[in-house]
Design a protein around this ligand. Structure first.
Ligand code: GCW
Length: 864
């Protein structure tokens, strides 16, 4: 879980601390890399303090089935870990028995068992048998029994009273998958948790122990499928060698009931099979797939199926032959049908060369326009996998209208657990509240209540299949951030039971992962629940989507990146107003894709909720929201509020010091400090951009005014030269300084030829630059934030001096996106508790390294 914190703090004695901290960091890093990757690092900690005499520690299975055996091992490990009692202590104290419902009936004929359990469901019962306690973990089948074991352990871990335990559960959705976007070379597309646990160097890894642990984590929350490879570039996964490796992955997951699925490239018959064509209607192509699928099932008898991305973002598809997605989906479905395999055909099909000038063009329309006409034409083992919103995992979108547009077709909802557009695990964003909004949204199809959760469970339109698919993208550091695991947990829990609330799930996760201390639980849950609204507030509210660099990192602010190109993630801002007109009357007509009641709501400005206003309407900046505020003022306010909310997350976490695991405390504290600083980068970028664009001042006087801020470009520079940052809004005032040979408006060629400093630096370094600021405020005690750009491709060093004395020094060694100075890598170091008086000289010295020119944006001085 090593986190290279990008936001740093320092005291006046910082230099002395550096060596000490470095030593600790080295120890921690060594410890982490030596430590195996296990599910215990997730929520399966099973740490003590839960005396549960009610649960006998003697555990046995009623059959030799693999999943029942896993259940027994997990119960032994979990009960002893949680209660402190030795496993299998004494059968005379009763026993915990695992089996299927029919096995249980046979073994305990006198006990009244439920007549029926839903598919994969379970029954947990505490009773007395021949005078001793008996706990029954009974599944509808062996898989249900395994889920039951985890269900029992969860109840112990969250301190439920189990004396009268008698519970029945079954999953609401049949398909509960995670998708991984892993590439054969070991990278993970949009993964922020390190390299692949499945692949390296073009092959399946030799050591798959992490895969087994991952499957254990997944099983514990009811997940039953895992697609292990990227939907992009999937052809190499069908070679004979790769299939053998994939069979080993399936073996590693099998004890936990997690079945393997893979992404396939629809052009594989040509790319892998050497055929001249991949036309889905060609008989040779059909035969090729039949043979390939037979080869797969010979190796992996419980193979679950395939996922397809076709005719989308450069992936080949049936359109090459004038065929429809139904032709391609049915081709694969036909091949998989004899083995009961399924096809998850992604509805993420759109033209990424749209004409920006065409006010009727709209990417949001694509999924419905393409798939609605195919309703009823897809085979029963095809499931259309629909992203939760019509664009692409934005911080906020309306629900995809396609959920209501397929009534004779199975549908699954795809969402992202990995935080591609939600701060990439560097920001704390608990996504369950957003998923809940989607699941609970009532599309009013056929004029009746049809919430998305009823559609994807198959109930609303009486479909046999349906589900939820979460793009998880774990790596060798799981999700990269320990708090982000709450999202993986929440995904599984919601796929099992979409009626749970986000708060309930947060509390369950916190109790299992961090502490059962009610104060800790309350604080962590509050933070989790605040985190998505906060992120929305500082990144792009009112339905503008995430105002990020959509053609690059998808991380930092970049407002115009979505405009003027063919990608269609437009918000259409200009000097007068902002928003996409998606109405039927005057816009793209997207609103009309919803069933009538919802279409009517979005068609009218008066009834569109404020939080999606700009997704559906283009309005002047002066347009008044339902709240009475103008759009522009809302932009200013929400960004200031959002940044303050982000800062509050850190303050709340600080109250947990001494109450939770110290390593976790420090790790998360570093991340939250970074997040608070990056929220300021977001705030300033968006606020200054729209101030300039609209020309309308902030009624509260904040936009464009930064108390205590001194711009680097106004400082006395030695060696540093002024650069234009791109996009301009990512630097305070649009400019920064870089220690480089020549000014580059692109931020290119940085640090090509660092200049010799004036020689007065405390470190005596010869290749550094400096920016000197004269302090003119009142005397006092201050925190001084130094905002700089931490680029990839080099580790620049900084020193901060007051009146020639070095008070802090640090390395720009964070792993943030981009090789150019911009909002992806704008970050800060805060020197705390510094005494200043008028006339003091503050100096930042930057020493470039490699591609990193020690670029500096500003310093900001605040009373501490
Ligand atoms: O959000 C976008 C991502 C791509 C991804 C694509 C998809 C796998 O930026 O990285 O490709 O969605 O969902 O297919």
């Amino acid at each position: 879980m090593g986190f290279r914190a990008a936001a740093k703090t320092g005291k006046i004695d910082f230099l002395a601390m550096v060596a000490h901290v470095a030593a600790i960091v080295a120890l921690v890093v060594a410890g982490v890399s030596a430590r195996a990757q296990t599910a215990d690092q997730g929520w399966l900690r099973y740490s003590g303090g839960h005396p549960h005499a009610a649960i006998p520690t003697s555990v046995r299975a009623l059959s030799s089935d693999l999943k029942e055996q896993s259940a027994v091992r997990e119960l032994e490990r979990g009960i002893s870990g949680l209660t402190g009692a030795k496993a299998n202590a004494d059968a005379a104290n009763g026993e915990t028995v695992v089996g299927t419902l029919s096995e249980v009936r046979k073994a305990f004929p006198a006990i009244a068992a439920p007549a029926h359990l839903g598919p994969h469901g379970f029954w947990l019962k505490r009773t007395v048998w021949h005078g001793s306690p008996l706990v029954i973990v009974a599944g509808a089948n062996e898989h249900g029994a395994l889920f039951g074991a985890f269900g029992l352990l969860r109840r112990i871990a969250i301190n439920e009273d189990l004396t009268h335990l008698n519970a029945i559960e079954s999953p609401a959705l049949p398909i509960r998958w995670v998708d991984e976007w892993d590439n054969a070379n070991g990278t993970v597309e949009r993964g922020y948790g390190g390299r692949s646990i499945f692949f390296e160097n073009g092959h399946v890894r030799d050591d798959l122990s992490a895969v087994g642990e991952y499957a254990r984590l997944l099983a514990s929350v009811g997940i039953n499928g895992c697609n292990v490879n990227n939907v992009n570039g999937a052809a190499p996964f069908l070679t004979p060698d790769m299939l053998k490796g994939l069979a080993r992955i399936a073996d590693a997951m099998r004890p936990w009931g997690v079945r393997l699925a893979i992404s396939v490239d629809i052009a594989s018959p040509q790319k892998v099979g050497g055929l001249k064509t991949f036309d889905p209607l060609d008989p040779e192509v059909k035969a090729w797939w039949a043979a390939k699928v037979a080869e797969i099932y010979a190796l992996i008898p419980d193979f679950m199926g395939v996922t397809v991305k076709a005719d989308s973002e450069g992936q080949a598809g049936p359109a090459s032959y004038g065929r429809s997605p139904a032709d391609a989906a049915n081709l694969l479905a036909g091949a998989l049908e004899p083995y009961a395999g399924v096809v998850l055909y992604r509805a993420f099909v759109y033209n990424n060369h749209l004409d920006y000038k065409d006010l009727r063009a709209d990417r949001a329309r694509a999924a419905y326009d393409i798939f609605h006409p195919l309703d009823g034409k897809l085979l029963p083992n095809v499931i259309v996998q629909i992203k939760e919103g019509p664009i692409d995992f934005q911080a906020q979108e309306p629900v995809s209208p396609l959920f209501a547009g397929l009534r004779k077709t199975n549908a699954a909802m795809e969402l992202q657990i990995t935080q591609e557009y939600l701060g990439q695990q560097r920001h704390l964003v608990y996504i369950a509240p957003m998923w809940k909004q989607v699941l609970d949204f009532d599309l009013r199809a056929e004029g009746r209540s049809t919430p998305v959760k009823a559609i994807v469970s198959g109930k609303a339109f009486d479909r046999p299949l349906g589900g939820m698919v979460g793009v998880s993208d774990v790596g060798q550091d799981w999700l990269g951030s320990p708090m982000a695991l709450a999202n993986l947990y929440a995904f599984g829990r919601l796929a099992w039971n979409p009626d749970l609330t986000a708060e309930q799930i947060a509390a369950e996760w916190t109790r299992q992962t961090i502490s059962t201390d009610p104060e800790v639980v309350a604080t962590v849950d509050k933070m989790l629940m605040q985190s998505w609204p906060a992120y929305l507030h500082y990144t792009g509210p009112l339905g503008t989507q995430t105002l990020t660099d959509i053609t690059g990192s998808h991380f930092g602010p970049n407002i115009e990146a979505s405009e003027g190109n063919g990608w269609g993630q437009w918000h259409r801002d200009d000097a007068k107003g902002i928003g996409m007109d998606r109405t039927v009357a005057t816009g793209t007509g997207f609103a009309g894709q919803y069933p009538p009641a919802v279409a009517k709501m979005y068609e009218s400005l008066a009834t569109t909720p404020d939080d999606l206003l700009l997704f559906f309407h283009h309005v002047p900046y002066t347009y008044k929201l339902h709240s009475g505020k103008t759009v522009i003022q809302y932009f200013y306010d929400s960004h200031y509020d959002g940044a303050a909310e982000a800062a509050r997350l850190g303050e709340e976490w600080a109250t947990l010091k001494g109450k939770i695991d110290p390593q976790l405390f420090d790790d998360v504290q570093g991340r939250l400090e970074y997040q608070a600083a990056h929220a300021v980068v977001w705030r300033d970028a968006i606020v200054q951009y729209f101030l300039k664009q609209s020309g309308i001042p902030d009624a509260r006087g904040r936009a464009g005014h930064y108390p205590g801020r001194l711009e680097a470009e106004d400082a006395e520079l030695s060696g540093y030269s002024v650069i234009d940052v791109k996009p301009w809004e990512d630097a305070s005032g649009g400019k920064a300084v870089a220690c480089q040979g020549a000014t580059s408006s692109q931020g290119d060629r940085m640090a090509a030829a660092p200049q010799t400093s004036d020689g007065a630096s405390a470190s005596g370094a010869s290749l550094s630059c400096s920016a000197q600021f004269a302090y003119s405020g009142p005397a006092g005690h201050f925190d001084i934030a130094i905002q700089y750009f931490d680029l990839q491709g080099g580790v620049a060093h900084f020193t901060f001096n007051v009146n020639g004395r070095a008070v802090a020094s640090w390395a720009a060694d964070a792993t943030l996106p981009s090789r150019r100075p911009n909002g992806d890598n704008s970050t800060r170091f805060t020197a705390r508790g510094i005494d200043l008086k008028p006339g003091d000289q503050l100096r930042v010295e930057g020493t470039p390294d490699g591609n990193d020119p020690a670029a500096l944006d500003y310093i900001e001085i605040h009373p501490d």
